[in-house]
Ligand binder design. Structure first.
Ligand code: M6R
Length: 620
C-alpha cells in the first residue's frame, strides 16, 4: 500500500523525503509526491503519476531551490479512490495552499463529508477520499472551535473521519510541527538527534536512526525536531511504545520476514478487513465503480466467473456462495479457455473477471470477448486503474495492497471476500435475500480477519510438518464442496513454490481413479468440512479418509478443534477455528500456504521468485 514519510529537522527535507520514498518503493505505488515547508509561511508541492523518476524529473524542471526547507513530507500512492493520475497523487492541499496532507487507507465516510464540504462552497480538485481530510482540516483551522491551533484542529478533523487511515498534516504557518495519526494502517516514528520522522515503515528512516516508536490504534503523534508526543484523538497523552530496530535494510523492507510472500501471508487479516471496509452502507452492499444500472443487475440471469490460476480457485469457491445466495446459475471458466469454446452469453449474462494484476492477458481477452457478446462485465481487481477494471462495467477492488511474491496469497483471500460481496450485491438486486440477511452475511465475513489471525498464531506445528515432508516426491490434497478448490489451491502453491508433484482432488472422485496413486507413506492433506455446517459432507469425508488410510496414506487433516471424528483418522492434525461452511476457505487456505512456503524454503528455493513464473502474465 501507500508509503508515507514526514520529516522535521535541520537538514534538507527534500533529499531525506525523496530518499525515503525510494526505500519504500518495494511497497508498490503508481504515483508519488512531496510537500516542503520553507519555514516562512509557504508550502511547495510537486507530485506526479508513475515512477519516482517522473517526480525527480519534475523537481529538476521546477528547480530544487523552490523546494528548500527543513520540514517536509512525501507519499507514494497505491490508488484506491480515483485513478492513478497527477491530480489524484498526494499530497493534497487546502484551498488557501497552507495545509498539506498525505494519506494511506480509506476514509469510509468521505462521500457525505465531500457533499457537506461542497455544499459549503469548497471546490475539490481530485477524485480522492483524502482531499476531504485537508478541506475539513482547513475549516477546523480557520473557523472551527480551535481556529489558529494547528494541533487541536487536526484532532478535531480526525474525530470526524471513519475508516482506516494514516494521515500526516503539515501547516505552512507551523513549520516546526508535523501531526500524524493512525487508525488500522501503519505508522512509526523515528527518533533522531535533533530530527524526527514519521513513516509507514522503518525502511524510510533506518539510514538515519534505529530508535523508533510504535503507535497504537487511534493514536496521534505530534513531532518537532526535538521530540514527540503521542496522544489519542482527544489529545490525551498515551505515550507510544519505543523500540530499537535491529534489522538490516533488506529485512526491514520485508517487515523482518525472509521473503515478501511470508510477509504477505501475515498481512492477510488486514487484506481482508481492508477489502470489506466501506462496502456495507445503510444495509446495502456497494461496489467501487458501477457503470451498470440497478435494472441491469436485476436482469442478470446467469453468471460466468473467468480467471486464471489462484484467481480461478477464488472464483470456484465464490460459485458455491453466489449460487446459494442468488439462485442464479454460476459457471467458472479458465479465462484461457473461455473465448475459444463459444460460451452462450447475452445482455443478461454477468461475467465476473477476477485478477490481482488486472493485466493478465487471458482474463483481459475473456473480458473483451464477453463485451463483444454484449454481456455485462464486473471486475474484481487489486490494481486500481489496470486494463481489466478499465474495460469493465463495474469494479470491486480488493484492498490487499501490493502483492510482490509471485505466488498469490493475500490477494486470494481478498478475492474470495470480494466475490462474496458481489454475490450479496446480486442477491440484494435480484431479491433473493432480505436486507437483514445481507447484513448478517456481511457481518459474518467481518469476523474472519480475527479467525485468520488465530490461524497465523498457530503455524509453528505446520512448519514442522512441512520440514518433515519436504523431501516427498508427491503430495495429494483432498477437499469437498468449498474445500475442493482449497485443495486445488494448496496443490498449486506446492507445485509453484516447491516444484513437487502435487494434485488436488474432490474427495468423492478418488475412487474413480486417483486412489490408484495412494501408496505407503504418501502424504495426503485433507481439508475437512465442518461437522456442524454440512454434516453429511463431513461423514462422507471421514469415509474417504479411511479409504486412503487403509491403503497406507499418511493423513494430514485440517479440521475444527472439536472435530473428534477427524482427529480419529488424522495422522497429523492441523486445527483451524470453526467458521460457517462458506467462509471456511478463508481460514483453511492459510496452513496450506505456510506448508508450501516452508517446504520450498527447506528445499532451498526462493519463495518470492519461483522458477519459470512471472507475477503478471501479459501474454496469452
Ligand atoms: O494477476 P492475476 O490474478 O490475473 O493472475 C492470475 C494467475 O496468473 C496467478 O494467480 C497465478 O496463478 C499465481 N502465481 C498463483 O500463485
Amino acid at each position: 500500500m501507500c508509503g508515507i514519510v514526514g520529516y522535521v529537522g535541520k537538514r534538507d527535507a527534500l533529499d531525506i523525503v525523496v530518499d525515503a520514498l525510494r526505500r519504500m518503493e518495494y511497497r508498490g505505488y503508481d504515483s508519488a509526491g512531496v510537500a516542503i515547508l520553507d519555514g516562512q509561511g509557504s508550502l511547495a508541492v510537486e507530485k506526479k503519476a508513475g515512477r519516482l523518476e517522473n517526480l525527480d524529473k519534475q523537481i529538476a524542471e521546477v528547480g530544487r531551490d523552490s523546494l528548500a526547507g527543513s520540514t517536509g513530507m512525501g507519499h507514494t500512492r497505491w490508488a484506491t479512490h480515483g485513478q492513478p493520475t497527477d491530480r489524484n497523487a498526494h499530497p493534497h492541499v487546502s484551498t488557501d495552499h497552507k495545509i498539506a496532507v498525505v494519506h494511506n487507507g480509506i476514509i469510509e465516510n468521505y462521500a457525505p463529508l465531500r457533499t457537506e464540504l461542497e455544499d459549503a462552497g469548497v471546490e475539490f480538485s481530485s477524485d480522492t477520499d483524502t482531499e476531504t481530510a485537508v478541506h475539513l482540516m482547513e475549516r477546523e483551522y480557520t473557523v472551527g472551535e480551535h481556529a489558529g491551533d494547528f494541533v487541536a484542529a487536526a484532532y478535531a478533523t480526525l474525530r470526524r473521519l471513519e475508516g482506516a487511515f494514516t494521515l500526516v498534516f503539515t501547516h505552512a504557518d507551523h513549520p516546526d510541527t508535523i501531526v500524524a495519526a493512525r487508525r488500522s494502517t501503519p505508522l512509526v516514528v523515528g527518533v533522531g538527534d535533533g530530527e524526527m520522522f514519521v513513516a509507514s515503515d522503518v525502511t524510510a528512516f533506518i539510514e538515519h536512526t534505529r530508535d523508533a516508536v510504535e503507535l497504537g490504534q487511534d493514536e496521534v503523534v505530534v513531532i518537532t525536531a526535538d521530540g514527540y508526543t503521542v496522544t489519542d484523538f482527544d489529545g490525551v497523552v498515551t505515550g507510544g511504545k519505543p523500540f530499537h530496530i535491529d534489522w538490516d535494510l533488506a529485512a526491514a523492507e520485508k517487515g523482518g520476514y525472509d521473503y515478501f510472500m511470508l510477509k504477505e501471508i501475515a498481512e492477510q487479516p488486514a487484506a481482508l478487513s481492508d477489502t470489506l471496509l466501506g462496502h456495507l452502507q445503510d444495509g446495502r452492499i456497494v461496489l467501487d465503480e458501477q457503470r451498470l444500472s440497478d435494472q441491469d443487475l436485476r436482469d442478470v440471469d446467469k453468471v460466468f466467473v473467468v480467471a486464471c490460476g489462484t484467481a480461478y480457485h477464488a472464483g470456484m469457491i465464490a460459485k458455491y456462495a453466489i449460487e446459494h445466495w442468488t439462485r442464479l446459475p454460476v459457471e467458472v471458466e479458465l479465462a484461457s479457455e473461455f473465448r475459444y469454446r463459444d460460451p452462450v452469453l447475452d445482455r443478461s449474462t454477468l461475467v465476473v473477471a477476477i485478477s490481482q494484476s488486472g493485466e493478465t492477458a487471458d482474463t483481459l481477452e475473456a473480458v473483451r470477448h464477453a463485451k463483444d457478446q454484449k454481456a455485462r462485465v464486473l471486475a474484481i481487481c487489486n490494481t486500481n486503474g489496470a486494463q481489466i477494471p478499465r474495460e469493465s462495467d463495474a469494479v470491486l477492488y480488493t484492498h490487499a495492497g501490493p502483492e510482490i511474491g509471485v505466488a498469490s496469497t493475500k490477494c486470494f483471500l481478498a478475492q474470495i471476500a470480494a466475490a462474496y460481496m458481489v454475490g450479496l450485491a446480486l442477491a440484494q438486486a435480484v431479491g433473493t435475500k432480505y436486507q437483514d440477511e445481507v447484513v448478517r452475511e456481511f457481518e459474518a465475513l467481518e469476523q474472519i480477519p480475527q479467525a485468520v489471525e488465530k490461524v497465523l498464531e498457530q503455524m509453528e506445528p505446520v512448519r514442522d510438518l512441512a520440514r518433515q515432508f519436504a523431501s516427498s516426491d508427491t503430495v495429494l490434497f483432498l477437499g469437498r464442496h468449498v474445500g475442493y478448490p482449497v485443495a486445488l489451491e494448496g496443490a498449486l502453491k506446492l507445485k509453484e513454490l516447491a516444484y513437487i508433484h502435487a494434485e488436488g482432488f474432490a474427495a468423492g472422485e478418488l475412487k474413480h481413479g486417483p486412489i490408484a496413486l495412494i501408496e505407503d507413506g504418501l502424504p495426503v492433506i485433507i481439508v475437512m468440512p465442518s461437522p456442524t455446517g454440512r454434516a453429511l459432507l463431513h461423514s462422507k469425508m471421514v469415509s474417504n479418509i479411511r479409504e486412503i488410510q487403509a491403503r497406507g496414506a499418511t493423513t494430514i487433516v485440517i479440521a475444527e478443534p472439536d472435530d473428534d471424528a477427524a482427529a480419529a483418522v488424522a495422522d497429523h492434525l492441523i486445527p483451524i477455528p470453526a467458521t460457517p461452511t462458506l467462509l471456511q476457505p478463508l481460514v483453511s487456505t492459510v496452513p496450506l500456504q505456510v506448508f508450501a512456503a516452508t517446504v520450498a524454503q527447506s528445499r532451498g528455493y526462493d519463495v518470492d521468485k519461483p522458477r519459470n513464473l512471472a507475477k503478471s502474465v501479459t501474454v496469452e
